[in-house]
Write a protein that binds this ligand. Structure first.
Ligand code: GLC
Length: 450
């Protein structure tokens, strides 16, 4: 094993907590939903049993309505995180499990494609086959949650009402919706942030933003986290590119799995047909040449070029012309001296290369874009996306996120946010496996293979 591979193994092992993995020990001491998906892919290289148990633990927190919560609080005594399980009070919904305690919102549904990824790596392993059989209906049920509770107008696109659901917590795409929120401070529950005690405040959301996150949490709680009041009342109601692209790709993976084992995929195919065509017609932004999220409350596109639009490549949503525009955009950033892929438009006044999802590079989104570019045969750009992440990690460490401006990154000695980060290790491990393969495996182009 080379040094980088050894480090990925070490971080994944260190963050393992006998059944699940923490993203990083102090800042995020529980299990996170989409982190668990990527982390499982990483574990599979070293401990297949960890990979399977990771997902089992996550789904042990699934609600009766199908929702897989964004945090599973496997340990109830940990006090370094806000909002903790008592603040969420998931028990307002009778379908929430009593144990483990959970949050009340969800995150990007990566688990369908994670299952396919594991199956692709271990096609005949009996433990994996039994596991897939067990988890498949649970993952389908989690997609049903999106189509029932988050698509009340039956459009084929799910909405989110809390930025934390999108995985891109602090992206400028939420700014306008958050600004709409008028807070009555006599109604906002008192709370104490923990994140700014553990990480540099300049890399974290502001207090005004945090008040609004708590406001939306409270709105969810008042509606037992799945009631129709959320759609009716929430000032933030967005059909997000990344959430929907990931859902579509996971639908596709479940269809592939179902077909392989002869299981019924009728419902999945119906969702999928509607979802892909609606995504294409509603979220393509011809002016910007990318896909953009849609503000359902304000009834308009959210006009920002950001990483979510690029993840459509992973779900094979763009046509060739659209995909070429996305690829050209990334090439131009590369030529202008940026590492790929910044999380937000580097030319926007809202770009902030250090702050949480307002510019920096994240490993899971690089992973999604890498495989997305490969889908379309943009192998040279895919190779840059891979190499840039590996270079950043080698130079700066296994951080949560990274500086995208090459000139500035050269002056730094660390990445941003938390260190020894599990999904950074997992994505790096998987991308290491790709080797120079991005260029050599031409036969896989268009097949959606990992
Ligand atoms: C942050 C990220 C989110 C991630 C979580 C744990 O909240 O925005 O995407 O799941 O950290 O790593």
């Amino acid at each position: 094993m080379d040094q980088l591979t050894r480090e990925t193994a070490h971080i994944l092992e260190q963050n393992w907590r006998n059944g699940f993995t923490v993203p990083t020990s102090k800042l995020y001491p529980f299990q996170w939903n989409w982190d668990a998906g990527f982390t499982s892919i990483g574990h599979a290289y070293f401990h297949l049993d960890y990979a399977l148990r990771e997902l089992q633990s996550l789904f042990s927190g699934q609600w009766a309505n199908g929702m897989v919560p964004h945090i599973i609080f496997h340990s109830e005594n940990e006090t370094t995180y806000f909002p903790n399980h008592d603040f969420w009070a998931a028990e307002v919904n009778p379908g929430a499990p009593g144990k483990p305690k959970t949050s009340g919102i969800t995150q990007p549904p990566v688990h369908g494609f994670v299952l396919e990824n594991l199956l692709h790596k271990f096609p005949d392993n009996p433990a994996v086959l039994a596991f897939v059989k067990d988890l498949f209906p649970k993952v389908v049920q989690s997609h049903r949650f999106f189509y029932i509770y988050r698509d009340p107008q039956r459009e084929g696109l799910c909405f989110t009402y809390h930025p934390w659901e999108s995985g891109r917590d602090n992206s400028p795409i939420w700014d306008e919706s958050l600004a709409r929120i008028v807070i009555d401070y006599s109604q906002l529950p008192a709370y104490t942030r923990q994140d700014t005690k553990l990480a540099d405040a300049a890399e974290r959301p502001t207090t005004a933003q945090y008040d609004r996150y708590v406001y939306l949490l409270q709105l969810g709680k008042n509606n037992r986290y799945d009631g129709p009041g959320i759609f009716a009342e929430s000032p933030l109601l967005v059909q997000d590119t990344l959430m929907n692209a990931v859902l579509i790709r996971s639908n596709q993976s479940l269809i592939h799995i179902g077909q392989r084992f002869g299981w019924d995929t009728g419902e999945l195919q119906e969702w999928q047909q509607q979802a892909i065509s609606r995504f294409r017609e509603k979220l393509w932004n011809a002016e910007l040449g990318t896909f953009t999220s849609y503000d359902l409350r304000g009834q308009h596109a959210i006009p920002h070029r950001e990483i979510g639009g690029l993840t459509a490549l992973f779900a094979q949503i763009p046509n060739t012309e659209q995909a070429t525009l996305l690829n050209d955009y990334l090439r131009s950033l590369h030529q202008r001296g940026y590492y790929l892929c910044p999380s937000f438009d580097v030319d926007s006044p809202l770009f902030d290369s250090r702050r949480y999802w307002r510019g920096p590079i994240w490993s899971p989104t690089n992973w999604l874009v890498y495989f997305g570019l490969k889908n379309y045969g943009f192998l040279d750009t895919a190779a840059i996306v891979r190499a840039d992440l590996l270079e950043l990690v080698e130079k700066l460490g296994f951080y949560e996120y990274f500086e995208p401006q090459k000139r500035l990154a050269q002056t730094l000695t660390t990445g941003y946010g938390g260190n020894h980060f599990a999904w950074t290790a997992a994505c790096v491990r998987d991308l290491l496996q790709e080797g120079e393969g991005a260029r050599s495996r031409k036969s896989e182009v268009g097949s959606g293979k990992f």
